[in-house]
Design a protein around this ligand. Sequence first.
Ligand SMILES: *Cc1c(COP(=O)(O)O)cnc(C)c1O
Length: 221
Amino acid sequence: MDKIKKNLLILNQQIESIKASNRTVIVAVSKKQDSSKIIEAIKSGQTIFGENYVQEALEKQEILKKYNLEWHFIGPIQSNKCKAIAENFSWVQTVDRLKTAIRINDAREGMEPINVCLQINISSEDSKGGVMLEAAEDLFKEVSKLKNLNIRGLMAIPSNTSNAHVLKKEFQLLKNAYDEFKKTYPSIDTLSMGMSNDYLEAIQQGANMIRVGSNIFGERK
Ligand SMILES: *Cc1c(COP(=O)(O)O)cnc(C)c1O
């Protein structure tokens, strides 16, 4: 069996075994991976892919346009890329400022709403991006008013650590925030956290969307 197929099989089985009741969506993070590898994943049933760089993503989307795929933008958002993101992705998980939300909303006019997660900074490392938790409520409120955006939930990247205790704390922080938002906005349904090194912990702490790259595709170029 080829490697990507096997990796996806194992991942799906693991998810099945820890959380039989609740669906966990796998976003296969294909940044810096060749289209040929994405095709292998598609042949194994994967249809949801995440990309961080707009130009690279557009090139792959062109190559793969005969497949019916769902593309998630998960990288930092530059203002001059808002239009391309709005026009070419069905999800954007890294909205952390009202200004970018408005730009994406404007560029999405006339299309069905784009699905949005607010990226929350749970690690308090500046480099990570994301709105601080204290400011998230205001941002959420403003973003939820934009009619071409369909706000689906929260996303975060935890600290770059293998310290299980720290990771657990950060995931719990995001889960608590998600539960709070869900009281006011009951239609939200997405808690996106967990990557190759920590997806099991993330699911245990309530993630229902994980973003896994190297564990599926191997090392990036
Ligand atoms: C690259 C990336 C991932 C995937 O990382 P892996 O460790 O390869 O699983 C997930 N989420 C975001 C936001 C990323 O930038």
